[in-house]
Design a protein. Structure first.
Length: 255
């Protein structure tokens, strides 16, 4: 074989060998959240990133719109915020697990937002449909290439948001496990930081009404056109409140 063709073949094989590693480094496969059954150190594994988890100058935090509780079947917005002032781009992976069997039982459904910055994968690495994976309940949501490329828009920190729908029935406490990478932006596995975190959520008891009375007298009966006070438990998420706008919502003393 002529020398020019040999050199071209060697270069082609070298590029072919590197390309999967680069793609894998940008968008991980399933199983790197630190959850039971996943890699306990996140993306710090052979062929991926190096170092010690949570040893950098940053962090990763999970926040749920329902606080520390969930209502079975009621959708919540989840945000994952990665912060590290020493790095330039940020990625993540998250999974939701039932605490009674976290290694094999997923908790509800994960769905990406409309920005295209996240995607959901099944155990075999295939893209999960909105209705959930078949052949098992485990799901992983992680950044896309678009999300990774957009993550340098706010130096020092980036937040991914997506949707989580809890199990339709009370599944007991569930835990969201997340691993995040803060990287230089170069296609290398060194000079990066890995962060791990969890968020445990408890089921919210169903609402119960103990009394309905006249809001002025706090007594029965109630009448048409009058204010009504409703008493009970779990009628709204903890800390939730609503103030009426008198100029736009109240006319002649009526809503």
């Amino acid at each position: 074989m002529p020398r020019q063709k040999k050199l071209f073949l060697k270069a082609f094989l070298a590029i072919a060998a590197i390309a999967p590693i680069v793609a894998y480094a940008i968008v991980p496969g399933p199983g790197y959240t630190g959850a039971p059954g996943d890699s306990p150190t996140g993306c710090i594994t052979s062929g991926c990133h190096t170092g010690i988890p949570n040893s950098g100058q940053g962090s990763v935090k999970i926040a749920a719109s329902g606080g520390l509780t969930y209502v079975p079947g009621q959708t919540q917005q989840i945000s994952v915020t990665i912060t590290d002032p020493t790095e330039k781009k940020y990625g993540f992976q998250l999974t939701a697990r039932v605490d009674s069997n976290p290694k094999t039982t997923g908790a509800g459904l994960l769905n990406p937002g409309s920005d295209g910055y996240a995607q959901v994968e099944c155990t075999n690495g295939s893209k999960a449909p909105a209705t959930g994976c078949t052949g098992g309940t485990l799901e992983w949501i992680n950044h896309t290439v678009a999300g990774y490329n957009a993550s340098n828009s706010a130096p020092g920190s980036f937040t991914y948001t997506f949707i989580w729908t809890p199990p339709a029935a009370n599944a007991g406490t569930v835990t969201l496990y997340a691993a995040a990478e803060a990287v230089t932006g170069a296609d290398v596995v060194t000079g990066t930081q890995t962060y791990l975190t969890t968020l445990q959520l408890s089921p919210l008891a169903p609402p119960s009404v103990t009394g309905v009375v006249n809001d002025a007298s706090f007594a029965s009966p109630i009448a048409s056109g009058s204010w009504v006070a409703i008493f009970g438990a779990n009628l709204a998420p903890a800390g939730d409140s609503r103030t009426w706008n008198p100029s736009a919502e109240i006319f002649d003393g009526k809503l």
